[in-house]
Design a protein around this ligand. Structure first.
Ligand code: NAD
Length: 389
């Protein structure tokens, strides 16, 4: 891929899922002036003069394993969840068809990993060539994978050998996609709790290719609030004794999370973030339940029991009612543009400056949202200065 030019391709894994479809609808609506860029950090003043790829120059493609089309998912989101209106949906239909034509069959768990990686690389090259792209970014938006015990390889050469020997080294599809992207010098961002690039041997490969990677599990709702509120209790020296959260949601993601090992992967990130934000004595518990009638809407109810002056016990409760895909989609666009910026600056490896976007940020010291935002702001200032030179 050419390093210059502004035509950016975003390759979505799980391209006909709710979040991917909302990204496609949102981008098309923004391009057509049908909506304002609410929720997009990369369209706000802190991202000015960075030379980010314009929204009008972003093209989508991706991998999918389900037969469902992007149009069908969009209809479903409209009728069941009421995210976007009928008129908007009608106007963006051509863009959704365009994405559909750029979707290729994805990598399924348990199939030969090596040939799947090779096929994935061919798909990426073909997409870049057919659309005349300058650069690409891969974002994993596929269903959460079950927690998997992976091989112990630390070096890419060892994992490569293991993959060649058995053809079935213990890596999940998310990691196979990450390998394919890195080998094509395409930045990889893992929006999900799955393993993705967070494997020592894959990070070694990313370092060799100087390709940016980041994850895991985007912070869009309850955990976002936790990472804002927990530092407040700390700053006021209020002692949080327990923090209990219950989440109910009704979309396919919620359905996937009914599987105990997938739920364990999700809860690990959610609960870990909270444990790291509070003192070790605080009792924490997070639950997720599937409630089909809610479709793409999620309710988080949190109960925070804390102690103040003279040992006085008090309670904060909050109820967050969010639309899952509408919260997630702008972050996908932001992450793609910021990963692309990092690559354009010639940098690779873990993009820890993007920690504010994730529940389990790789290589990040802090889970505190405003500290994370300061780190990002500093990075953006230095990137702007570098771009000016
Ligand atoms: N919505 C949010 O706020 C949010 C926040 C953080 C993380 N996430 C994560 O984003 C992901 C997507 O969420 P969603 O609501 O769009 O889910 P979804 O179920 O609607 O979409 C996932 C899509 O991935 C496809 N898929 C599954 N395995 C695949 C594979 N190996 N290769 C290619 N495609 C595959 C599925 O067929 C499905 O179409 C989930 O993992 C979710 O946990 C979402």
């Amino acid at each position: 891929l050419a390093k210059t030019g502004d035509h950016l391709g975003i390759w979505l894994i799980g391209a006909a899922g709710n979040v991917a479809t909302t990204v496609a609808v949102g981008l098309a609506a923004l391009r057509r002036g049908l909506t304002a860029p609410i929720g997009l950090l990369t369209e706000s003043p802190i991202c000015r003069n960075l030379g980010l790829s314009p929204l009008s120059r972003i093209t989508l493609g991706g991998h999918e394993i389900a037969r469902r089309t992007v149009l069908a998912t969009a209809e479903e989101l409209h009728t069941q969840s009421g995210i976007f209106g009928e008129s908007l949906l009608r106007q963006v239909r051509p863009d959704l068809k365009k994405l559909q034509s750029a979707i290729r069959p994805g990598i399924k768990a348990g199939h030969g990993v090596r040939p799947a990686i090779e096929q994935c690389r061919r798909d990426l090259r073909q997409f870049a060539k057919s659309r005349g792209l300058s650069r690409m970014v891969m974002i994993n938006l596929a269903s959460t994978e079950p927690l998997l015990r992976v091989g112990k390889q630390r070096k890419w050469s060892d994992l490569e050998r293991a993959l060649a020997k058995s053809g079935e080294a213990a890596i999940p599809p998310s990691t196979a996609y990450a390998i394919a992207a890195i080998q094509e010098n395409i930045p990889y961002v893992n929006f999900t709790p799955s393993l993705g690039a967070n494997h020592p041997a894959v990070l070694d490969l990313a370092a060799q290719h100087n390709v940016p990677v980041m994850g895991a599990d985007a912070k869009t709702g309850e955990t976002l609030l936790k990472s804002v509120l927990a530092p407040m209790f700390d700053a006021r020296r209020l002692d949080v004794m327990s923090w209990t959260g219950t989440n109910i949601l009704g979309n396919r993601d919620g359905q996937t999370l009914r599987e105990p090992r997938a739920r364990a992967a999700k809860l690990r990130g959610k609960d870990q973030a909270l444990s790291m934000l509070l003192s070790e004595n605080a009792q924490t518990h997070t639950a997720i339940d599937f409630v089909g009638s809610m479709h793409d809407w999620k309710t988080a109810w949190d109960h925070i029991h804390f102690r103040g002056f003279l040992d006085t016990k008090m309670t904060l409760q909050f109820i967050w009612q969010g639309c899952d895909s509408a919260l997630a989609a702008p972050l996908v666009i932001d992450l793609a543009r910021l990963a692309d910026l990092h690559a354009q600056l010639g940098r690779g490896g873990v993009m820890s400056h993007l920690a504010c976007f994730f529940k389990s940020p790789m290589d990040a010291d802090s889970h505190r949202f405003f500290e994370q935002m300061q780190i990002l702001q500093k990075y953006l200032d230095s990137a702007r200065a570098e771009r000016r030179r």
